[in-house]
Each structure stands twice: as structure tokens, then as C-alpha cells.
Design a protein around this ligand. Structure first.
Ligand SMILES: [Zn+2]
Length: 177
């Protein structure tokens, strides 16, 4: 099992546009997928993109898990290769986001994005799928998708005065639920 360090904000590797995956079966592609799955679990994240482990490929994974302070609907592990978001809802909502690449997910801030999306992608076996996502999964997908284009959520913070530490974020979430 290979656990990768997560590339941190300020490193130009995070600003690169990732390349389309030419062969899903290729050993190299499968190695990146395995590293992403290991990393998302090891670092207790709910999503991670290839650029965050220094790989310039259009791949990310999501695995939404409940935690003590994150009362969200659980979702299975999903792998997205060469994804494309084909539909965004008109309605946009503000949700707090964090990122493994921003102070190791110890900083949170409000970001406005469409509430629901439809994404098309290939899974790790090369099967094409189409997924309508809402709630937290929709949010995670849009965040990871941005990573493929070299965009960090900090570029989209709606109110700089509302940035908070993990500790404060936990307090806020506890109050809400
Ligand atoms: Zn991120």
C-alpha cells in the first residue's frame, strides 16, 4: 500500500490542468487509482483528485463518510475518470468546504456552487456511468472536478471574513445538527 503525501496549496503542481486518461487498463492508471483510494482513506478525506498526489491525470475519487461533526448522507467509494459535468442546477447554495491540500483540511470557508449536478465519467473498470448528485456528494464532486483544472476552493470563497479553523468548524457544525 502506497500512501502519498498530499500536495499543499502554494505548490504549482496544484495549478496544472490535468490530462485526459488515454488507457484505463494501463498499469500506470491503475496505480494512480489505487494510490487515490488509499490516500482518501488514510487521510480521512471524502474526496481526492490525482493532482493532489502529484499526478497529472483527470481522475478523482469520492467516498462520503459520516464523522462526528459531518452529519451527511453516506456514499460508496466512486472513481471518476475523464469526468464531465453535463448539467448544473440553476439553484446555487453556499456550503463550507475544506481540502486536504489546504493546511491538511484544517481550514474551512464558504463556497457557492450549484446545488445539483449530473456527471458522466468512466469507472476504474472502464465502464461509462452517469450520476445525478445532490447534497454533499454534489458538493464534493464539484470540488474535486475543479482540481482537474488546477482550481482550489480558496479561489471561490464567498466571504473571507467567514474562514474558520477545523475547531471552529466543528463547533459550528455541532450547533447546527
Ligand atoms: Zn480539494
Amino acid at each position: 500500500m502506497t500512501i502519498k503525501n498530499i500536495v499543499q496549496i502554494g505548490n504549482p503542481l496544484l495549478n496544472r490542468k490535468s490530462k485526459f486518461v488515454a488507457s484505463i487498463d494501463a498499469k500506470e492508471t491503475q496505480r494512480v487509482i489505487k494510490n487515490l483510494v488509499d490516500s482518501v482513506r488514510y487521510h480521512d478525506l471524502i474526496g481526492i483528485a490525482a493532482s493532489q498526489i502529484g499526478e497529472k491525470l483527470r481522475i478523482f475519487v469520492t467516498e462520503v463518510r459520516k464523522t462526528k461533526y459531518r452529519n451527511v448522507k453516506k456514499d460508496i467509494l466512486r472513481v471518476y475518470i475523464n469526468p464531465k459535468i453535463v448539467w448544473f442546477s440553476k439553484k446555487q447554495i453556499i456550503v463550507y468546504e475544506g481540502c486536504g491540500s489546504v493546511a491538511y483540511a484544517k481550514l474551512f470557508a464558504p463556497v457557492k456552487r450549484p446545488e445539483k449536478i449530473i456527471i458522466e465519467a468512466f469507472d476504474e473498470k472502464g465502464n461509462k456511468f452517469r450520476l445525478k448528485a445532490e447534497g454533499f456528494l454534489s458538493r464534493v464532486i464539484q470540488h474535486e472536478y475543479d482540481h482537474l483544472d488546477g482550481i482550489e476552493f480558496t479561489e471561490k470563497i464567498t466571504d473571507m471574513r467567514k474562514i474558520m479553523s477545523l475547531e471552529e468548524y466543528k463547533k459550528m457544525s455541532a450547533l447546527k445538527t
